[in-house]
Design a protein around this ligand. Structure first.
Ligand SMILES: [Zn+2]
Length: 337
């Protein structure tokens, strides 16, 4: 699994279990969104089927089994999930319960990758439990979830939990440039946008690749630009004339406004940490020098006040307060007008 970035300890464990033929027939991969859970599951599928298994590094990525599986063309690797819905339906579980009894097409096993397993209702989990306990001998399961704590204890006791680790920005940069030409292109033509994209991905490979999609890229960049411009304006002798126009860039839609305010909160947190220590690790600002410059304009107490005002706006947005009023209160609480 050497083509996977990060998650070294999990990869080593999975490879040695597969080599020793003692991989659990069911296990759970837990990790935040975009940390490579699905990629890891597909690599396990390929490693199990790889015809060069005895030769060493698995999967080899070259044999026909590896290629077919990793291209998503094997009928014996079955991925099911929520299909964009909020919960995982009991009908999907019923389909799996039926489908496990048909023999594999061309592999020696059938592997079910259950995405968003933590979104299964209790009813769905109970329906799934019997199949998980006693599946036909050729059936394997990998359950993917963000929070294994939401799964029933009876499920967790039958499937060991492996946790994916976030990748560092340098590895993320190297990996996405290797697998997606748009990343390499963006890095070349617009290094500052590329740096913003890496920070926005928050150590998630899947997230970075998703943000490279044209429909996601512009909205993500807009949200980041608004947070940066807000911090810049708020810290440069603010006046109503300068601050009010910024308000019209905030969305009237609550879900988008929520992302905008979260980004602003992350930016202010970075500034607060930087105010205390020049070498503080940053979660939001891609341009550290600019963040330091902003920081130097204001006091720590100003940043605390701004931070509280943003948190209050986030809270009010969640409570469905009037958007225009909550934004006016934000700039008033922060002492900007
Ligand atoms: Zn292979």
């Amino acid at each position: 699994m050497n083509a996977i970035v990060g998650n070294k300890s999990i990869r080593q464990k999975l490879c040695s279990d597969i080599h020793a033929d003692k991989l659990s027939h069911a296990f759970i991969i837990e990790g935040s969104r975009g940390t490579g859970k699905h990629t890891l599951a597909m690599n396990v599928a390929a490693a199990l089927a790889c015809s060069h298994k005895s030769a060493g590094t698995i999967p080899c990525y070259e044999c026909s089994e590896c290629r077919k599986i990793l291209a998503g063309n094997s009928p014996d690797i079955i991925t099911v999930g929520c299909d964009g819905k909020a919960t995982f339906s009991v009908e999907t579980v019923r389909y799996v319960k039926e489908d496990v009894h048909t023999v594999p097409n061309d592999l020696e096993f059938k592997l079910y990758i259950i995405e968003d397993a933590d979104k299964m209702t209790v009813q769905a989990q109970n329906a799934f439990l019997l199949t998980l306990e006693e599946p036909p001998s050729f059936v394997r399961f990998i359950l993917l979830c963000e929070n294994a704590g939401l799964l029933l204890e009876t499920i967790r006791s039958r499937a060991p939990v492996l946790r994916t680790e976030p990748v560092d920005n340098a590895s993320l940069d190297e990996y996405i440039c290797k697998v997606d030409r748009r990343a390499a292109q963006l890095k070349l033509t617009s290094p500052s946008d590329y740096a913003e994209l890496i920070m926005a991905a928050k150590h998630g490979i899947g997230t970075a690749l998703e943000y490279l999609e044209p429909k996601s890229f512009a909205p993500v960049m807009d949200i980041r630009a608004l947070a940066i411009d807000f911090c810049d304006t708020a810290t440069s002798t603010p006046s109503a004339k300068a601050v009010i126009p910024l308000l019209s860039r905030f969305s009237q839609k609550r879900d988008i406004l929520s992302k905008q305010l979260s980004a602003l909160s992350e930016a202010v947190t970075d500034l607060t940490l930087l105010k205390k220590s020049d070498d503080a690790p940053l979660d939001f600002f891609a341009n550290r020098n600019f963040a330091i410059e902003i920081c130097d304009r204001v006091s720590l107490s100003f940043l605390y006040t701004l931070s509280c005002a943003v948190m209050d706006a986030i809270d009010k947005n969640q409570r469905n307060a009037n958007v225009r009023l909550l934004l006016l209160k934000l700039i008033s609480d922060a002492g900007l007008i």
